[in-house]
Design a protein around this ligand. Structure first.
Ligand code: PHE
Length: 359
């Protein structure tokens, strides 16, 4: 039996011939070149560089050569092995680069494509404004009062000195919910203003009263750019000893500046409301209004009419008070340059985002 390092068996040195080595290198190159990706290349690596690869077998055969031939053969085998190695590395580099490029190409993100992203919800600017108003007055020691949106006529009108035959009843276009009937002395209405909360506040607590009441109100108005049958007001009521118009003016000045910026001016313009005496409209000066600088009416106010105090069991000789009712929707529109009131009630989720009021 002969074995691999038997110096005299010519079969054992077949891999060592220069032709065989050249062929081994050429085969390896062809095979590597045919590998389509790194995986395929890895799979055939052993064929040309593993223990049983021709160049490795050749190396083992060196031992069987006569000493004089060993160095020459060694050089040849080494050169062949290095050539196969180099061929492998080269192909490997090319395939790695190709793979990287493919990843870049296939995983490209087109940032201009429309997305499936869902809009995040946001609180409505009117809610935010109402909360902001409540916060402002809480900071001044007021309490926040709420009340029903469906009121007996007595709360919405009579107690506020608007008697059934008073022209102011027809001035406010009222939604009637139920007619007056026996056992109940007045019909039910959707409150036409938050002033009904003045009555609730005065009936529910003793003076001193410092209360603010934001809420939804209803009037039979057609929907257009500046009207809606549902809108929002913030009512303020103060009843205490020694309350004067100066307190009202100072409070409204502070209110307007907090809502519209420290630069705004206010003015009280004489007006009429059955439940206040004297009465005024509060105008706010908008320097940067989109149609040019101007006074904008924001709401009504005045000193609580002694008849209203009496109707609620408060002695007008001991106490005096002021009240105001400001438009919340109007404040949002002015504060954010909303031109059309309908935009606020469409329910388009982009609306608060467009105003930058999301929280
Ligand atoms: N309730 C009045 C309105 O809706 C506003 C107002 C409130 C006026 C309080 C005076 C005092 O127009």
């Amino acid at each position: 039996m002969s074995y691999h390092n038997d110096p005299y068996d010519p079969k054992q040195v077949a891999y060592l011939s220069p032709e065989a080595l050249e062929e081994a290198v050429a085969d390896a190159r062809t095979d590597f070149a045919a590998a389509v990706d790194l995986d395929a290349l890895h799979k055939i690596k052993h064929r040309h560089l593993g223990d049983k690869a021709p160049v490795m077998l050749a190396r083992r055969e060196i031992g069987a050569l006569p000493p004089a031939a060993k160095s020459d053969a060694g050089k040849r085998v080494n050169a062949a092995r290095l050539a196969v190695n180099a061929a492998y590395d080269e192909r490997s580099e090319v395939l790695a680069a190709e793979a990287a490029e493919r990843v870049l190409r296939e995983e490209t993100v087109d940032v201009t494509l429309p997305t499936q992203r869902r809009m995040r919800g946001a609180r409505h600017p009117i809610t935010l404004m109402a909360d902001g108003i409540a916060d402002l007055f809480i900071a001044m020691g007021y309490q926040v009062n709420e009340g029903p949106e469906i009121e007996p006529e007595w709360y919405n009108f009579d107690a506020l000195n608007i008697k059934p035959d008073h022209p102011a009843r027809t001035m406010m276009d009222t939604f009637y919910v139920a007619a007056a009937k026996a056992g109940r002395d007045s019909g039910l209405v959707l409150r036409t203003h938050t002033s009904s909360l003045q009555i609730h506040s005065m009936l529910n607590q003793e003076p001193p009263i410092y209360a603010v009441a934001p809420g939804r109100v209803y009037r039979t108005d057609e929907v257009d750019a500046t009207h809606s049958p549902v809108f929002h007001q913030a009512e303020g009521l103060v009843v205490d000893k020694g309350i004067t118009m100066a307190h009202l003016k100072g409070t409204l000045d502070h209110f307007a500046r907090a809502m519209f910026g420290s630069g705004v001016k206010t003015r009280l313009r004489p007006s009429y409301f059955p439940f206040t005496e004297p009465s005024a409209e509060l105008d706010v000066w908008f320097e940067a209004h989109k149609d040019g600088p101007r006074w904008i009416e924001w709401g009504g106010c005045g000193m609580v009419n002694p008849r209203v105090l009496s109707a609620c069991g408060i002695d007008p000789h001991v106490y005096s008070g002021f009240a105001f009712g400001m438009g919340i929707d109007r404040a949002v529109m002015l504060g954010h340059d909303v031109g059309d009131m309908r935009d606020m009630f469409d329910g388009d989720v982009r609306f608060p985002l467009a105003l930058g009021t999301e929280r």
